[in-house]
Structures are given as C-alpha cells and as structure tokens.
Design a protein around this ligand. Sequence first.
Ligand SMILES: [Mg+2]
Length: 221
Amino acid sequence: MKADLTKIKIIAWDLDGTLFQSQKDLSIAMAGAFVKILSESKNLNEDDARKLLSESVAIHKGVTKSLEALGCGDRISIIKRVESIVDKASYLKVDQKLQKMFTDLSNYKHAIASDTSHTIINKELEALGLSSSIFESITGVDDAKTTKPDRMFYQVMLNKGNYNPSDYLVVGDRVAIDLIPAKELGMMTCLVWSNEVDPERSRRADFVLPTVYNVADLFKE
Ligand SMILES: [Mg+2]
C-alpha cells in the first residue's frame, strides 16, 4: 500500500547526490581530496593513504566518518577542508528538468538539509539553476553543528519552521544517512536514484524512485 502524501506540506531535500548525481570527474576530484587530507594529516604517501582510507571506509562506511576515525579532525572541519580543495559547484550545470520539477511542485514549501556549508549550498543551487528563494529554509553544517545521520541535524531544521514532523517528506540518496534519522523523527521519506528492491532497505523509505525528477509524479493524482 502506498504511503499517504496528502498531509505533506514541505519537502526537505538533500543536495549532493540527490539534486545532482556526482559525475565521474567530480567523484575523482572528491576522492583525491579525501586522500590528500589523509596523507597530509598522517604524513603518508598518496598510495598508502589511499589504501588506509579504503580499508577504513569498509569499516566505517562514510568517507568523512572514516577520516574522523583516522584522526583527521572532526567531520565538519573535514567537510570544510574538502570544500576548500574541490570547487564542487564548478562541476555542475543548469538542470532544466530539475527547474521544471520545482515549478511542478510550486504548491509545496521546500527546504534544504545538506551536510555542506551554506556558502557551498548557495553556489551549488545557483550552478543548478535553482534560486535559493525556492527554499523556505536551508540547513547546513554551519548551523546544524553536526552532520546526518545525527538526528540533531534534522532537529535544527525542524526548529526553523512551524511544521510538524509529519508535514515533511525528506528526499535523499542514502537510506542510512538521510532517511533513517528523518523517519525516526516522524517524517516521511523518499529514496531517489535507486532501483532498490531489497525489502529491508526499502522498508526504511516510504517511497523509492529511480530519479529525483520522479518526485513531482508522486504528488500528481
Ligand atoms: Mg546525498
């Protein structure tokens, strides 16, 4: 049975990997930045840093979490360091399909919930051709002072608006990071860029969609 969307007033979007998919050149630049941070912090050559990082990612899952566990600083400082190395917005371009989707969803309020700093969020939105005025609130690492999947991140977002958790649909590309904490706080969830059929994983998301552009279709009668 399909979850009921009639109560949804506001859609909270993850940004990286959700409003855009990382193309190969951006992924390579990001991977290079992570290795650079580790090699500088631990005084390792690049090959050793790459090997150590991949071993750590196998244990800790997220790259930022792995770097934190390896003693490269806290997650927020690592995120800011990566942002200073890689100009993510320069890899993005105006996405007319995305612009049309937000036009189709203009009867709803929108929010951004991204593990990125506000400066970069604004640059990325601009590069995608989205006005930041579409979003009633933007929550980033600067004001959340934490990252997803810490529920506190979404709590900071919730504190910004006069909505109940059940008024929100949270859209993201990672179940464990974006959706589980949102669900635990009583928000509805939608996984995008996924053909996930694993019932254990999809059980965590109320909706699973092949692309982000399909979100507007959810709200069509
Ligand atoms: Mg993401």
